[in-house]
Design a protein. Structure first.
Length: 392
């Protein structure tokens, strides 16, 4: 009985000794320096407050602000002053104030009696909204040739408005036939110009190159090859293995070439991208690679129809790379210069495979491999091939 009484006494004593917390409603000690943050921006709680006195002991630790969703968030800040513990609540609003962006050019030419959606003549998108509303102002007659000055009004889900001047050229007839270029880029010339102590020369291939003599490719000076492992040919469709992948990876390795792979995908969600990454891992079946697995998303001509935001597409590539990393492989982003500048953020500094068909790239970002042409010629391949420069 005495033992039970003692336990009860200790419990009451502990409860009674619990420190009282005073609610600070209109603080003279803490100043809120700002009350809002842009969606997806990185922010810390202490970015929003100033301590106005030196004799304040801050008890709350700094924490990340959740900027992934819009709305007002409540954060509790505890501090001690004059031997008393206080609670002060801070309210931070996550908002979207960024207007939509236009990625493509705004001088467009169509043929008379065009039946497509004029909004889809330009490529536009938003950092937050997957759906951007497009309205067109200005007079035009698609049955009459002429030049029409239009205003495209683009509105995102947060009612941010972007007005774009578009010149619409309506012509009686458009000649869409273009003669293929007869200019070729010879691997030997690229080798002589770009081979250095910090570079390696290679190629990237798919089924379109057919049967390849990799020994001749190596003898020409190539030391690596990026090969397509699979392709998603249609939206929401299944991935199919490149019909030459199995023989390519076997023969390239036997020839002593370093090997990496890429997946051409038309994924439109994080969930789909993760499935695609796992498909690559499973198809590799523990095959060792010398170079990364590249994420190749090139569907920008039909971007408007995907109804995803710029944040979505960047989250997708991050998900792909993180998934292959979890299975022991390195990931990489493949993209042309234009979209590396305008869409891809690469905040996590993943390796980049730059596509820019020119003799000297002026891309100012970081990249590990440069795909410098698609009209290359090298011994061992009958026809054109992409030539790549890798920087060590």
């Amino acid at each position: 009985m005495k033992k039970v009484v003692l336990i009860l006494f200790i419990c009451l004593l502990l409860t009674g000794c619990k420190e009282k917390i005073y609610v600070d409603e209109t603080s003279d000690f803490i100043e809120v320096s700002k009350s809002s943050v842009e969606v997806y921006d990185k922010a810390k709680l202490f970015d929003f407050i100033n301590i106005k006195r030196d004799d304040i002991e801050l008890l709350t630790k700094d924490t990340d602000i959740d900027t992934e969703k819009l709305g007002t968030q409540e954060y509790e800040i505890y501090y001690r002053y004059d031997k008393k513990k206080y609670l002060y609540k801070v309210y931070i609003k996550v908002e979207d104030t960024t207007e939509p962006r236009v990625i493509s050019g705004t001088n467009k030419t169509i043929q008379v009696n065009y039946t497509g959606d004029l909004c889809d003549l330009i490529m536009y998108g938003d950092n937050y909204s997957g759906v951007v509303t497009c309205n067109i102002e200005g007079e035009y007659d698609l049955s009459v040739p002429g030049t029409y000055k239009l205003i495209y009004k683009l509105t995102d889900s947060s009612n941010n408005l972007k007005e774009v001047n578009v010149t619409l050229n309506v012509k009686e007839k458009i000649n869409n036939t273009t003669k293929p270029s007869t200019t070729k880029t010879y691997f030997s010339d690229v080798y002589n110009e770009h081979k250095a102590s910090n570079t390696e020369l290679g190629i990237d291939i798919s089924k379109w190159q057919g049967n390849i003599d990799f020994n001749k490719v190596r003898e020409a000076g190539a030391t690596f090859v990026m090969m397509r492992i699979g392709v998603q040919s249609s939206r929401n469709g299944d991935i199919s293995i490149d019909s030459y992948y199995l023989q390519n990876i076997k023969n390239a390795k036997e020839a002593g070439l370093k090997v990496g792979v890429y997946l051409y995908t038309k994924a439109s969600s994080i969930e789909e991208v993760k499935e695609h990454a796992l498909w690559v891992v499973n198809t590799l079946n523990k095959e060792t690679l010398d170079l990364p697995i590249a994420f190749d998303w090139e569907n920008f001509t039909s971007w408007n129809s995907f109804r995803i935001s710029f944040h979505d597409i960047n989250t997708m590539v991050n998900t792909f790379i993180e998934t292959v990393q979890e299975h022991g492989y390195e990931g990489m982003l493949y993209s042309s210069k234009n979209y590396l500048v305008n869409i891809w953020e690469n905040k996590k500094d993943y390796p980049v495979w730059l596509a820019h068909y020119t003799k000297k790239t002026n891309y100012e970002g970081k990249y590990n491999i440069w795909q410098m042409c698609n009209n290359g010629r090298i011994d061992g391949i009958n026809g054109d091939v992409d030539i790549d420069i890798m920087y060590n």
